[in-house]
Design a protein around this ligand. Structure first.
Ligand code: ATP
Ligand code: MG
Length: 580
């Protein structure tokens, strides 16, 4: 397979030449730095202050105790300059890692941007992790500096210090005095100038280190470079419709790639005002934020949408949501039910977007003038060529035709493609073949160019000769009014290969019973047909999820089959005594 311009390639959306032009134009739109340098933070913040936009609000921070603080682009530029200066004074060199372990607080944004300006590498850690996952990530990334809070430090980091010889400095955001082995983030900043020479980073210098969600196994550290900002900015505009002056809320935590690519970089580079909510999910609070902050664009996730659906649409009543112009979702397949529910409650659909930690930015989305197709991930963005292929052990990838199930692959060449897995060159190499990046997700493409997600290659099963992905089975069951969440697994069967088992969490007001089990199995059978219908159904209170909100089907399967449970570092609700 040689690419989009060949005859046998499945309906390329653009030629390679057109794609190159998209990225060339996007690169030219950035102000850039002298000598061909490029820096994510400079493009996100200083470009605006240099063009007289320093007074525009960059961030509206909503504290969990009711505080509200606005931070302007100018202030963010100065604070991040101070932090960059402080890193330099601490002797942090180019490419060295600075980790953040905090909740969603303004200091997190200053840390991210200041680190990038200093030419160091920003690596966010999710604040609800327990000590073990934190230790593994700090050690793997060879973190030199950690920014955290006094409480998180005491509970989760202090006892690890002697195992982390590379960690030189721990900066606490909420103390005024340095303690043993720690420094005060704010004191350090106060001692620094808020001016700084232009950053000297190259477009292909390492900028971000993101650990994947760990849905399929041990999280991998994906490396991204400064020129990824070209993709963050363009995809923010094309897939999320970000325009200068918009009020935008990304509900993802910056501990994960979405919270950085689309919770910091894409919105700031597009000159929008970010809403940052420190508190955890709470349906009523969320509707209040959407209404009071007059949010125009909202980027959230299927799990959150399902939780809102579970609580019921009455919770939205009485809130003026008329400012909302665009709603989108990422992280997991968005079931058609969710799209349609958006239409009912908000008068507009959620737009599904597909991408991965490795792709760095949105690749496929329901976007632009093309109508949303509920249940479809949408179409590749300009500059992206996607295809469905079959891998062969000997020979090139085999392109597949419309509606044929295969692996989703992307032609290499967009700026935010990851440049390596930390300390794992072989695994990185294995992600590429014939000039394509192999996503590991199975999907189909229809004759109109829309892509339909089937499941991760690990989650798709073969039963009585059919390839079945969790998405279609789970989506069918979600149409039943009693069902809040579903997870599907394949269970080995001597006759069928695998049979389908589903785990179902019910909406409030419904009680598990044999009668309901039969009803749900019958319901699924009517919708899916006997070959694809689940044979077994078990009621559960909750489904196991990663901390980024993805259903961990591998864990359902391992528990069911009595297999080793594997890496649980990102499992939600793991180390509750350490959680805040
Ligand atoms: P790990 O690689 O450690 O197992 P992960 O793949 O869940 O974790 P991420 O990079 O955060 O880590 O998630 C990317 C994956 O999430 C995709 O490969 C895909 O399976 C799923 N995903 C993301 N968005 C969508 C979407 N819109 N529809 C379907 N699946 C999606
Ligand atoms: Mg993955």
């Amino acid at each position: 397979m040689t690419g989009g311009s060949t005859d046998n390639s499945p309906r390329p959306n653009e030629t390679a030449h057109e794609q190159t032009n998209v990225w060339k134009a996007a690169r030219a739109e950035l102000a850039g730095l002298p000598d061909g340098n490029m820096n994510i933070a400079w493009e996100a913040v200083d470009r605006h202050t240099h063009s007289g936009q320093g007074d525009a609000v960059a961030l509206i921070w909503l504290g969990k105790n009711g505080e509200r603080r606005e931070i302007r682009y100018g202030e963010l530029a100065r604070l991040s300059d101070q932090f960059a200066n402080a890193l330099e004074r601490l002797g942090i060199g180019k490419g060295e890692r600075v980790c953040a372990l905090t909740g969603r607080i303004p200091e997190l944004f200053v840390t991210a941007l200041g680190t990038l300006k200093a030419g160091a590498v920003f690596c966010p850690l999710f604040s609800a992790f327990g000590p073990e996952p934190i230790k593994v990530r700090l050690a793997k990334s060879q973190a030199r500096v950690l920014v955290t809070t006094a409480t998180l430090y005491e509970r989760k980091v202090r006892s690890l210090r002697e195992d982390l010889p590379d960690l030189r400095q721990v900066l606490l955001t909420d103390v005024t005095e340095a303690g043993p082995g720690t420094g005060s983030f704010h004191d350090l900043l106060a001692a620094e100038s808020d001016r700084r020479a232009l950053p000297k980073t190259r477009p292909d210098d390492m900028a971000l280190l993101h650990f994947t969600s760990g849905t399929t196994g041990t999280p991998k550290g994906a490396i991204h470079v400064h020129e990824a900002v070209i993709a963050h900015r363009l995809t923010g505009r094309l897939a999320l419709d970000l325009r200068p002056g918009d009020i935008y809320w990304c509900t993802a935590d910056p501990g994960w790639v979405t919270g950085v690519s689309y919770g910091i970089i894409a919105p700031l580079t597009n000159g929008v005002t970010l809403v940052v909510d420190e508190a955890e999910f709470d349906a009523r609070r969320w509707y209040r934020i959407l209404a009071q902050e007059r949010v125009n664009i909202w980027y959230t996730a299927p799990t959150a949408i399902r939780m809102l659906m579970k609580i019921g649409s009455e919770a939205a009543r009485g809130h003026d949501l008329s400012a909302l112009r665009f709603m989108a979702s990422v992280g997991e397949p968005l079931n058609p039910e969710g799209v349609l529910w958006g239409q009912t409650v908000f008068g507009q659909p959620f737009h599904d977007t597909w991408w991965q930690t490795e792709t760095g930015a949105i690749m496929i989305a329901n976007h632009g003038a093309h109508p949303v197709r509920p249940g479809s991930m949408g179409r590749p963005l300009p500059g992206i060529e996607a295809a469905i292929v079959r891998r062969r052990s000997d020979g090139p990838l085999e392109p597949l035709g419309p509606d044929e199930i295969g692996e989703l692959v992307l032609r290499v060449g967009w700026p935010s493609l990851f440049r390596g897995y930390l300390n794992d060159a072989a695994r990185y190499q294995a992600c590429f073949a014939d000039g394509w990046y192999l996503s590991g997700d199975l999907a189909t493409q229809d004759t109109d160019g829309y892509f339909w997600f089937l499941g991760r290659s690990d989650d798709v099963i073969k039963t009585s000769g059919h390839l079945i992905g969790p998405f279609e089975v789970e989506s069918a069951l979600l149409e039943h009014p009693a069902v809040a969440e579903v997870g599907m697994i394949g269970k080995p069967d001597p006759f069928a290969g695998d049979i389908i088992k589903v785990f179902v969490a019910l909406k409030s007001g419904y009680t598990a019973s044999d009668a309901l089990r039969k009803e749900l199995l019958g319901f699924a059978r009517t919708r899916l047909g006997p070959a694809v219908a689940p044979r077994e159904l078990e009621f559960v209170a909750d489904l196991p999820k990663t901390r980024s909100g993805k259903i961990m089907r591998r864990l359902l399967r391992a528990r069911e089959l009595g297999l080793p449970l594997g890496d649980l570092s990102t499992l939600e609700g793991q180390q509750s005594p350490d959680n805040d």
